[in-house]
Design a protein around this ligand. Sequence first.
Ligand code: 5RP
Length: 211
Amino acid sequence: MTKIQLALDRLTKAQCHELVEQTREWIDMVEIGSGVIKQYGMEFVKEMKESYPGLSVLADMKTCDAGKAEAEQVFEAGADWTTVMSFASNTTIKDVIDVSRHFTKSVYLDMMNCHDSNRIQELYGLGVRYFNIHIPIDQQKESRWSDELFAPYQDLKDIHLVLSGGISKEDISSLSHYQPAIIIVGSAITKSEHPAVAAQEIREEVKRHAK
Ligand SMILES: O=C(CO)[C@H](O)[C@H](O)COP(=O)(O)O
């Protein structure tokens, strides 16, 4: 079944802990957002994994260069997943994949602003199997989910889609059609007055639409 990843962005350490405590029953993965990592560093990634060993922890590194060093840093801190940008060089992407295999950890490609079939095919050829179709925060007002975003992935065998970008409970029914491996939800839970209820409702929607 589709996994639910709670994205922790623009939050203090205490708020991150509180949100995970409230929602852990309804989520599978915790994302330490790029801004939170910039503020608190790898020590906080380590702290989160130690605090919640039963949850997969993703460090949203959005790596665009120095792939080997950045991937080693996150996996040594205990993260289960890292992320790399689709526009990074092939060497950077391959290095992150190689390091993730060495640590038996995982990586997905953040496809923000990349819709080019040739580049997507090339990434597949490099060994990428997890593709994060991502509507960036700053584009969420003008850009929404559409079939066009998914078209370039249609013919790729054995890939896993990770979806993010302003996803709310109302989006789950239409997005489930694409059978995503992971749905990432940030603001719809973290900005809710009742994060636990919001997370539970999203879990129930995911279950209801499971194929
Ligand atoms: O990676 C991110 C921003 O770059 C966010 O974690 C992702 O967009 C999910 O958060 P939200 O649901 O609030 O959009």
